[in-house]
Ligand binder design. Sequence first.
Ligand SMILES: Cc1cc2nc3c(=O)[nH]c(=O)nc-3n(C[C@H](O)[C@H](O)[C@H](O)COP(=O)(O)OP(=O)(O)OC[C@H]3O[C@@H](n4cnc5c(N)ncnc54)[C@H](O)[C@@H]3O)c2cc1C
Length: 125
Amino acid sequence: MHRNTFIQSNKALYPTLELKSNKNILFAGQITGVEGYSASASTGILAGINAWLKITGKNPIIPPKETMSGALVNYITSKEGELQPMNPVFGLLPEINTTKKYKKLLKAYRAIFSMDNWIKQHEIF
Ligand SMILES: Cc1cc2nc3c(=O)[nH]c(=O)nc-3n(C[C@H](O)[C@H](O)[C@H](O)COP(=O)(O)OP(=O)(O)OC[C@H]3O[C@@H](n4cnc5c(N)ncnc54)[C@H](O)[C@@H]3O)c2cc1C
């Protein structure tokens, strides 16, 4: 068992990972209230992209909620009440109207297409 040190991102951060009280500061990693290697890396990538966008005079961006990156950022920045660390889990993704058997598979495909569109839309890479 381990204990994370984390901020209440639901009160302190925008979904762009900018600090509400000083938008020149961005947070990433488990200090934002995400948990685990991939979630920490994903918020690090987003914070890095947004720092670069801000420096080059562009607006910071937010991944779609249908992607796990977007769902996590949405969760940590909008959770009501006390925030506790959150892993990437299928339950964070918006519901999809299908049988239980295919739900996770369809959510995964939707996330891949959604991320692909988002990347193309913003010409990030
Ligand atoms: C025992 C253990 C097992 C784990 N197992 C898993 C697992 O199996 N799978 C999984 O997905 N996750 C696991 N985790 C969680 C995972 O390690 C973390 O979620 C992840 O490493 C967080 O990454 P991070 O970059 O946000 O933070 P960190 O990896 O904690 O990096 C923060 C860095 O900031 C540095 N730092 C702190 N303060 C300062 C300062 N004032 N100035 C400069 N530098 C500073 C620290 O030295 C550290 O290098 C485990 C965690 C622990 C403790």
